[in-house]
Design a protein around this ligand. Structure first.
Ligand SMILES: Cc1ncc(COP(=O)(O)O)c(C=O)c1O
Length: 365
């Protein structure tokens, strides 16, 4: 018997594999449900853009060909959309891919990354794979960013500082002022990665936006995804905007065909679908208003949401998730440091109503 434990690269055995929850089919089977409402992955309840669906149909006949390795058509569309050059854009197999690529490009053993806590788990995952150290800086008790503490956590070994705005799972934004202040305090050698996966949903006028001043700074990387607002999570397409020199290094570790053909075409089409984008934003704003009103009425505390999800304090997040699951509603709990909370993704209006009704029953118990 081969002793695999002794052969795997140091640190690999310490990584906890990602464990996805039950699928909707598994849940239906387990609890004998006829309907499952999926509010656990911050997906777009409205589905993909019709233009993306048409592009997908057109692309199907060419699937015997490899994709364009440089995602050129998509990168040009993104560059035009953001008012930057195509060389500023790198496309990834989801923004997860870009986080891993940044980790592989910059981090080695004993290097450090600074991350807000709690926040999106993939930043720490990327560092762990490279055996770099994760320095977590707690958000303030109201979940706002403590940028002073983040700047103070930077050491001579720090390579990457991550911020996520609106933050997953807490929903709060980093403000423009905080972003600029943080950047002004970071040494020249430190890269600031701003994950803006949910930024298009926020209506907060103070939220950080990637303006020309930020993008002119060679230390800034902005990450975006087609998985949320554009409703294409299943196709795995994300992108980053940064200085071309930075991508020049990342490109050396990138897989040659990291974004599939269908994803490239669909994402480019979705970017041109202003109607779908507006509808998705309106849906999030309406859902936000619905949950805020309903939860205030029932006295269940929540944090003001800025993305397409809401963090609700039920007392025991795992127990709430289990009780909702038995009623056919999938939400998410188990975030480090947030045992008392569940995160609920905005669904269609009737799904949101079902969720609130179930929440009332569960919390009353
Ligand atoms: C903050 C944040 N960044 C990135 C991602 C990953 O997005 P993608 O589907 O593009 O890999 C997610 C997904 O949930 C997220 O919440």
């Amino acid at each position: 018997m081969i002793q695999l434990a002794e052969r795997v690269r140091r640190g690999v055995a310490d990584i906890q594999p990602y464990t996805p929850g039950l699928t909707d089919d598994e849940l239906k089977h387990k609890y004998g449900l006829s309907r499952v409402v999926k509010l656990n992955a911050n997906e777009n309840a409205l589905g993909p853009s019709p233009r993306a669906l048409e592009a997908i149909r057109q692309e199907l006949a060419t699937l015997h060909h490899y994709p364009d390795g440089g995602s050129d058509l998509l990168r040009r569309a993104i560059a035009e959309f953001h008012g930057v050059e195509p060389e500023n854009v790198l496309a990834g197999n989801g923004s997860d891919d870009l986080i891993k690529l940044l980790s592989e490009t910059f981090l080695e053993e004993e290097d450090e990354i600074v991350v807000p806590f709690p926040s999106f788990s993939q930043y720490a995952f990327g560092a762990q794979v490279m055996r770099a150290k994760v320095v977590s800086v707690p958000l303030r008790p109201d979940f706002s960013y403590d940028v002073e503490a983040m700047a103070a956590a930077v050491s001579p070994r720090t390579k990457l500082v991550y911020v996520c705005s609106p933050n997953n799972p807490t929903g709060n934004v980093l403000t423009q002022t905080q972003a600029e202040w943080l950047l002004s305090r970071l040494p020249e050698r430190v890269i600031l990665v701003m994950d803006l996966a949910y930024n298009d949903y926020s209506q907060n006028p103070h939220r950080v936006m990637e303006n020309a001043r930020l993008l002119a700074d060679p230390r800034v990387v902005c990450l975006h995804t087609f998985s949320k607002l554009y409703g294409l999570a299943g196709l795995r397409v994300g992108y980053g905007i940064a200085h071309p020199d930075l991508w020049g290094y990342v490109n050396r570790v990138r897989e040659p065909f990291n974004v599939n053909r269908v994803g490239q075409r669909a994402a480019a089409a979705a970017l041109g679908d202003e109607e779908h984008r507006d509808r998705s934003r309106r849906h999030a704003a309406d859902s936000r208003a619905f949950y805020e009103r309903a939860l205030v009425e029932t006295g269940i505390p929540f944090t003001p949401p800025e993305g397409n999800f809401i963090l609700v304090r039920t007392g025991d997040g795992r127990a709430t998730t289990q009780a909702l699951m038995e009623r056919g509603i999938m939400v998410r709990a188990g975030f480090a440091g947030l045992d008392a909370y569940v995160r609920i993704t905005f669904g269609l209006p009737d799904e949101n109503e079902l969720c609130v009704e179930a929440l009332k029953q569960v919390c009353r118990r």
